[in-house]
Design a protein around this ligand. Structure first.
Ligand code: PRP
Length: 178
């Protein structure tokens, strides 16, 4: 696989993550603890950086889902692999995603987490592929809107490769097939 082409640099990501953290800290300033729910695996780096930049009380949970896919195309059906461990009833929940593509995963997660009867559920995604949306889902905090490209790095993978790149890069169809 050739080196991904930089789409969003490390510096741009870090600047935007700091801005998102400042906005979230302001919005939740008088709400007590918030629970950040990271969606495995892709959100692990974004969640680590975002959570450390917040200046409000927060706890961390993880959730894992799996999409039923035909090749690289999602069918829209989502399966829960691992639920949150702590009790989130009456808590303010912020779902932290690396990417929103069709929107099926986030829509499923909002409904699933609402069944735990939290005080609120909001959503944050570092990257959104706005043109790829198949369902209407609110993303309250968005890092970057991008086109319909296959992106890797900063938690995002292609076939488990390139998750730990410090930047977000694009891979070409040739790279995917090789
Ligand atoms: C990615 C991403 C979201 C989901 C978004 O996860 O982390 O959870 O896809 O896609 P959607 O909007 O079309 O539902 P992926 O299935 O690649 O798993 P991973 O996070 O473990 O890499």
């Amino acid at each position: 696989m050739t080196k991904p082409v930089v789409l969003i640099s490390e510096e741009e990501i870090q600047t935007r993550v700091a801005e998102l953290a400042a906005q979230i800290s302001e919005d939740y300033a008088d709400k007590g603890d918030i629970v950040l729910v990271g969606v495995l695996k892709g959100s692990f780096i974004f969640l680590a950086d975002l959570s450390r930049r917040l200046d409000i009380p927060r706890t961390i949970e993880f959730i894992a889902v799996s999409s039923y896919a035909n090749g690289s195309k999602s069918t829209g059906a989502v399966r829960l692999v691992m639920d949150v461990r702590g009790n989130i009833a009456k808590k303010h929940v912020l779902i932290v995603e690396d990417i929103v593509d069709t929107g099926h995963t986030l829509k499923y997660l909002i409904g699933m987490l609402e069944s735990h009867l939290p005080a609120s559920v909001r959503t944050c995604a570092l990257v959104r592929k706005a043109e790829s949306a198949e369902v209407d889902v609110d993303v309250d905090y968005i890092g970057f809107d991008i086109g319909d490209e296959w992106v890797v790095g900063y938690g995002l993978d292609y076939a488990e490769q390139n998750r730990t790149l410090p930047y977000i890069g694009v891979i070409t169809p040739d790279d995917r097939d090789s």
